[in-house]
Design a protein. Sequence first.
Length: 148
Amino acid sequence: MNFVKKQDIYLCELSSDKKFKKSKIIRFKNGKWNGIKSIPYKNESGNWALIERFPLVMNSAIKFEVRYFEIAPGGCSSLEYHNHAHVVICIRGKGKLKLGKKYRILKYLDIAYIAPNDIHQLLNPFKKPFGFLCIVDSERDKPVELIS
């Protein structure tokens, strides 16, 4: 099994856990989390567009990651599958989830559980940004990208 290796150190991804020895609040103000910067959606090119990734919480004390993704109007994530499950929670606007051959609309606070090996893609055919939290295991296999 191939596991994703952590690429860089971000605010909440600290190998020494110096900033997370104590409980912490990361404030959200003016449309941003304090100290959290956007990073590339993926390191290689593919079949996605207009999507940003924000690593919110990653730490060796927990076995999962919380990430925020935002898809601009007309954008999408990659069409993919992988051996790990993940949870998506819509927190801004609305979006469309392709799950297998079916499409479902996700609205504010809707939760999608994406089971292992289910082919999926998140899209934004709407006029406003689609933002969602994604909760996933820290150690996981690499997604297999499909051509749509």
